[in-house]
Design a protein around this ligand. Structure first.
Ligand SMILES: [Zn+2]
Ligand SMILES: [Zn+2]
Ligand SMILES: [Zn+2]
Ligand SMILES: [Zn+2]
Length: 595
């Protein structure tokens, strides 16, 4: 077995370690060890995903006006969903012989420039026309979700209803501005809440109801900033002090909570029902390392590493946005199936897919785009099984002998995911820009593509400034629906600088007694991303100093097992960087302080 090795990342030039068990995995699937570090690999994968930015354009087949993830003058055709899934075109028409005098990625790029791509993913859904990615959903708007109903402005829901402005909710109802919550109802401005109801500003609470500004509570009711009250007292304080129907009052409460939450120890990572697992926001996993945001109902994520939003995958590395069942997969995005390598959008029962995109489903394909029910194809050309098995090793050899070099000299042999410069999206349209943000100049310097999104979205003159809309929702008139509101972030706006309130949204704010937002949906999305921890782990020691936290902000409430006069010696891997101000405790110390 190989010893663990330290390498220097081709991209960011920092050190990263490949463990001996990693070598065993790479050997098993016959790929060389990576030359990019885990973060740069994640960035590269996320750079092929635009899930939020939609443009008005025409379908290149039926010529109907549609919304699409691609702006009108991209280099390849874009078809509306109906056309793309129809028999009115054949991906095999674009097939080409593999040319050993040209680089593989060059030939792949030529194919990419001609094969039609779908406008967005909107499967089996009703009245979700302005959603980039929905399955089995109903009445959603600017939403990414699975079996989701009546949700607005949010990313990643499964089985959610009536939620607005959220990030990663599972089985939630009527939640607002909440992040990574499961089985909650009427939970507002909260993070990592499980089975909570009718509460505001919760952090890491479970089975709580009627709580306001609470952290680390279990099975509690009528608590305000972690202090118990009677039902009557609670209701009175809510009425007199924490009525959030006004924006100013809400802002004060938010400030107070943000200050409060940092004075209380946090668990080093959000791991639930996990065995031998490192990462964050994981439910149900065994023997997983560096995994993020994987919440599975079947608790069947196993032997996975460097995965992000990949639920129920096993024996797989470097997977992002993947559903149940992926096995022996590596460095792929939005792909399901068995032995999928360096691939994007492999749907259904795909297997043995290498360097491909938009297969639905297919097996034994290499460098193909848009194939349906095909096997033994290279660059969208059909081969006999024996021919395919003979040519593929030659192409792999060719990729190693004549590797692709990108604009900045990064080298891509067999075993590297697609270079970011080959992405169908500009860098600033993609999820990569949310987790690894770069400005225009930095994007240019990295050799990636930048696009002026506003140019395609059109510009609108604002009719009212955010600060001039009524403070209290009770004073907001219906005619606010006609206003074009200037985003409060002004020049720093992540969207187009202005936004509108839609009717269903106004109804939601009125019903839930919440003030109108002052910033646009894009800025709200980025604010939520900012509240989440990075997708990276640091090795750190527990900050429990014996009777209080190292920074002396928090006084322990009981004696810990490691004795009062000793500093806790536990170490862990955490998404809290060492320089951060939060108090981070190990599992044991944290559990002692949870009430
Ligand atoms: Zn790197
Ligand atoms: Zn904005
Ligand atoms: Zn500790
Ligand atoms: Zn302790």
């Amino acid at each position: 077995m190989n010893q663990s090795q330290t390498k220097i990342c081709q991209n960011c030039k920092t050190d990263f370690t490949i463990e001996s068990e990693d070598f065993a995995f790479y050997d098993k699937i016959n790929v060389p060890p990576p030359t990019f570090c885990p973060e740069c690999r994640l960035q590269r994968r996320l750079a092929v995903l635009n899930e939020r930015i939609l443009y008005k354009r025409k379908c290149d087949l039926c010529e109907n006006e549609i919304f699409a993830l691609y702006y009108p003058d991209v280099s390849f055709p874009v078809y509306c969903q109906k056309c793309w899934y129809s028999d009115n075109w054949n991906p095999m028409d674009y097939g080409k012989d593999y040319d050993f005098n040209k680089l593989f990625f060059e030939q792949y790029k030529e194919l990419m420039n001609v094969v039609p791509r779908f406008a967005f993913v909107n499967l089996n859904s009703v009245n979700c026309d302005y959603c980039a990615k929905v399955w089995n959903s109903k009445n959603c708007y600017l939403t990414i979700g699975f079996e989701t109903e009546d949700c607005l402005y949010g990313n990643y829901t499964r089985w959610a209803k009536n939620c607005v402005d959220y990030f990663m909710l599972v089985k939630c109802d009527s939640c607002y501005e909440s992040i990574n919550c499961t089985s909650c109802s009427k939970v507002y401005f909260s993070q990592c809440a499980i089975e909570c109801r009718d509460s505001y500003f919760l952090y890491d609470c479970r089975n709580c109801s009627n709580c306001f500004g609470c952290v680390n509570l279990r099975n509690k009711q009528y608590y305000i900033f972690n202090k118990p009250y009677s039902k009557e007292e609670y209701e009175k304080i809510m009425r007199d002090k924490y009525d959030l129907s006004g924006f100013e009052n809400f802002s004060l409460a938010r400030e107070k909570f943000n200050e409060f939450v940092n004075r209380i120890p946090r668990r080093y990572a959000a791991l639930l029902k996990t065995i031998d697992t490192t990462g964050n926001n994981i439910v149900g996993a065994k023997n997983c390392r560096n995994c993020f945001d994987s919440d599975t109902l079947n608790y069947n994520t196993e032997n996975a590493r460097y995965i992000f939003m990949a639920t129920g995958v096993s024996d797989s590395y470097d997977m992002s946005e993947t559903g149940e069942g992926a096995q022996l997969c590596y460095d792929s995005v939005t792909s399901f199936g068995y032995n999928i390598l360096f691939t994007v959008n492999a749907a259904g029962e795909s297997y043995n897919v290498i360097y491909s995109d938009l297969s639905r489903p297919a097996h034994h394909i290499f460098g193909c785009i848009g194939l349906r029910n095909k096997q033994y194809c290279i660059l969208n050309k059909q081969y006999a099984k024996e021919e395919y098995e003979e040519i593929v090793p030659k192409i792999i050899q060719h990729m190693n002998d004549a590797p692709y070099a990108d604009k900045k000299g990064r080298i891509y042999k067999y075993g590297e995911f697609f270079p970011i410069e080959l992405s169908p999206f500009a860098y600033n349209e993609t999820i990569a820009n949310e987790y690894f943000p770069l400005d225009k100049k930095e994007i240019d310097n990295c050799g990636y593509r930048y696009t002026d999104i506003r140019k395609y979205k059109g510009s609108y003159d604002l009719t009212i400034r955010a600060k001039d809309i009524p403070d209290n929702i009770k004073n907001v008139k219906d005619d606010v629906l006609n206003e074009i509101i200037g985003c409060f972030n002004g020049n720093a706006c992540k969207g187009i600088g202005v936004f509108k309130i839609i009717e269903r949204e106004l109804e939601f704010y009125r019903k839930n007694n919440l003030p109108l937002p002052r910033v646009c949906p894009d800025c709200r999305h980025y604010q939520r991303i900012k509240q989440r921890n990075p997708l990276k782990l640091w090795r750190r020691q527990c900050m429990c100093g014996g009777t209080q936290s190292d920074n002396r902000v928090y006084q322990n409430t009981i004696n810990h097992n490691h004795h009062n006069d000793n500093h806790c010696s536990n170490e862990f891997e955490t998404t809290y960087a060492p320089e951060r101000k939060e108090i981070v405790y190990c599992e044991q110390c944290y559990q002692q302080e949870v009430v």
